[in-house]
Write a protein that binds this ligand. Structure first.
Ligand code: PBG
Length: 385
């Protein structure tokens, strides 16, 4: 039965239903589980209140800041944030990324200072991405598992200088390959899955050997989570966690990140391994596989244009769910703020809160330091770094 909703005026005493029915339906309205499958608005009833029935005033709970805080459903905390950072070779240098104002590529010495600072601000984890010089790139990304490579050295140094911060290392070939793809490419331009997984496994084990707390395969090859888990266990790294980029979409929002690493693919695109933006059920398929293969945390990426996917994944699994607030999402907010078109701090908080509300337990975000400062109540405003 399709029922009618009438928000009435008490004085008009529109008695469409008996008063008891009114109470019954209001009760039903409040009891109906709110979900996208069951939108309360499409089949619920609210008849005109009469002089003897209560009028429902949701605004009562919004009247003061204290009340609003008391009934707030989602609370963004610095504990939820993971700070992605770019490291490059050299000393005493930091170079701002043009398309990501306020974000830098740091040499190791300056990176360590920055990490010590964000750790003091309460940020619990960093995700490292290396800028690899062209001379060290090759077709197969072999620099990725060099025990003395940039990532490996960086992890060791962080563990010595800021031992408390959790270090997450990226497992993917694109920063290390001349062609910029996340996998090994054959002569026809096809990305080869299983040979790539072999390299990813070596890379993950070498990161664990350097002291990485968590490896994060962002490559989207099939079967890589299971292969990495087996190899880590076999090498004795049973406690190194896997943060799986499970539902990673082929997205134009990665543009600024590829500027940061000079890692844009030299030919073609990443659509044969990253997911189609139009797909939703497939995200669950990827999540199911990664969980079966041993992922500790599953991720959805990007975040903002994929809040429905975050929500779906959250409803599917009891594993923690991470969301990646990617470079393009960062750049859009920064650009609009620099033009004076939006209030930067408020938009950052609103955006990250929406990701948590959708179901993200953890958020990778270039705003991590800025948010830590805002939440600590001492933001200096503008750019950070
Ligand atoms: C590549 C990788 C990408 C990002 C993280 N790891 C880019 C890509 O897949 O091309 C994007 C992150 C961002 O845009 O902030 N393995």
């Amino acid at each position: 039965m399709k029922r009618v909703i009438i928000f009435g005026d008490i004085s008009r005493k529109q008695k469409i239903l008996h008063e008891n029915d009114y109470h019954y339906f209001v009760k039903q309205l409040l009891l109906i589980p709110m979900s996208s499958e069951n939108p309360a608005s499409s089949n619920t009833v609210l008849t005109a209140p009469t002089a003897t029935t209560p009028i429902h005033r949701p605004r009562r709970l919004r009247r003061t800041a204290t009340l609003r805080r008391m009934v707030q459903e989602t609370i963004l905390s610095v504990d939820d944030l993971i700070y992605p950072m770019f490291v490059m070779e050299g000393e005493e240098q930091k170079i701002e990324i043009t398309s990501m104002p306020g974000c830098y590529r740091y040499t190791l010495d300056l990176l360590l200072k920055e990490i010590a600072e964000v750790s003091r601000l309460g940020v619990g984890a960093v995700a490292l991405f290396p800028v690899i010089p062209e001379a060290k790139k090759d077709d197969t990304g072999s620099e990725s598992y060099n025990p003395e490579g940039l990532v490996q050295q960086t992890v060791k140094a962080i563990k010595e200088v800021v031992p408390d911060i959790l270090v997450i290392t990226d497992v993917a070939l694109d920063p290390f390959t001349t062609h910029g793809h996340d996998g090994i490419v054959d002569e026809n331009g096809v990305i080869l899955n299983d040979p790539t997984v072999e390299v990813l496994v070596k890379m993950a084990v070498s990161q664990a050997a350097a002291g990485s707390d968590m490896v994060a395969p962002s490559d989207m090859m099939d079967g890589r989570v299971g292969a990495i888990r087996h190899a880590l266990d076999a090498a004795g790294y049973i406690d190194v966690r896997i943060l799986a980029y499970s539902a990673k979409y082929a997205s134009a929002y990665y543009g600024p990140f590829r500027d940061a690493l000079d890692s844009a693919p030299k030919f073609g695109d990443k659509k044969t391994y990253q997911m189609d933006a139009a797909n939703s059920r497939e995200a669950i398929k990827e999540v199911v596989l990664d969980i079966a293969e041993g992922a500790d945390i599953v991720m959805v990426k990007p975040a903002l244009a994929y809040l429905d996917i975050i929500n779906k994944v959250k409803n599917y699994t009891n594993l923690p769910v991470a969301a990646y607030n990617v470079s393009g999402e960062y750049a859009m907010i920064k650009a609009a703020a620099q033009n004076g078109w939006i209030d930067e701090k408020k938009v950052i908080l609103e955006t990250l809160t929406s990701m948590k509300r959708a179901g993200a337990d953890l958020i990778l975000t270039y705003f991590a330091k800025e948010v830590a400062l805002i939440l600590a109540g001492r933001s200096s405003g503008g750019c950070f770094g």
